[in-house]
Write a protein that binds this ligand. Structure first.
Ligand code: DX5
Ligand code: ZN
Length: 217
């Protein structure tokens, strides 16, 4: 079975000592760094913005996987690109003209990901899957770290894997929310390629060891 990619979520980091946490992620086997941007409108929480992320981007040696939980994400494509972002994720539910937004992200030189909330079915992506580099399935309702994994996500991962194979799409499957040592093996088995982990990594007594364990499940 292929190796799973791990993208620790900055949202659960210690913001009083961000440099120390980023240092540990840099030294770990983590593949990417997951950045959650929230606007208090699309989700009931506000996280951090570009003035903070500019410094995070300088300190991180891992490619940035940016998850925008905001309305009208197309307004910030330039700012996201300027961070040196590898992959920009926008929510299906936040984009009226999703096809256009995906094209704009790619034209800016980033990989394009589309995120689905827990109640949005995988079939909504049938007409755009071939354009996507990644699909992010939310396994909690977005807005907060430390929530409980929604088991139905496992079925969505299998459905998405089928859709990707049927259409010969190259999209990766990423899962975000409640990922830990219990849920990670189930997600890998179901066909996930990338796992996001916030609390499981940043609240672990030994972050580097936890990244190692999650990657080697
Ligand atoms: C939730 C965010 C997640 C969050 C995951 O809205 O998108 O990335 O940080 O945190 P855990 O892994 O603690 O559920
Ligand atoms: Zn996220």
């Amino acid at each position: 079975m292929k190796e799973i990619k791990l993208s620790p979520s900055l949202l659960s980091a210690n913001f009083a000592n961000l440099q120390d946490d980023l240092d540990k992620i840099n030294r770990s086997e983590a593949d990417w760094l997951h950045i959650d941007i929230m606007d208090g409108v699309f989700v009931p929480n506000i996280s951090f913005g570009f003035p903070v992320l500019k410094y995070v981007a300088k300190l991180s040696k891992k490619p940035l996987d940016v998850h925008l939980m905001i309305v009208q994400p197309e307004k910030f494509i330039t700012e996201v690109k300027e961070l040196g972002t590898m992959l920009m994720n926008v929510h299906y539910e936040a984009c009226t003209h999703l096809h256009r937004v995906v094209q704009q992200i790619k034209a800016a030189g980033m990989q394009a990901g589309v995120t689905l909330n827990p109640a949005t079915p995988v079939c909504m992506l049938a007409d755009i899957i071939e354009e996507l580099d990644l699909v992010l399935l939310m396994s909690v309702n977005p807005g907060f770290g430390g929530q409980k994994f929604i088991p139905h996500t496992l079925q969505k991962v299998s459905e998405l894997r089928e859709l990707i194979e049927r259409t010969h799409s190259h999209a990766l499957i990423e899962v975000d929310g409640g990922v830990n040592l219990e849920t990670a093996p189930l997600l890998k088995q179901a066909g996930a390629d990338v796992l996001v982990a916030g609390n499981a990594v940043f609240k672990a007594p030994d972050m580097i060891e936890m990244v190692h364990q999650l990657k080697n499940i």
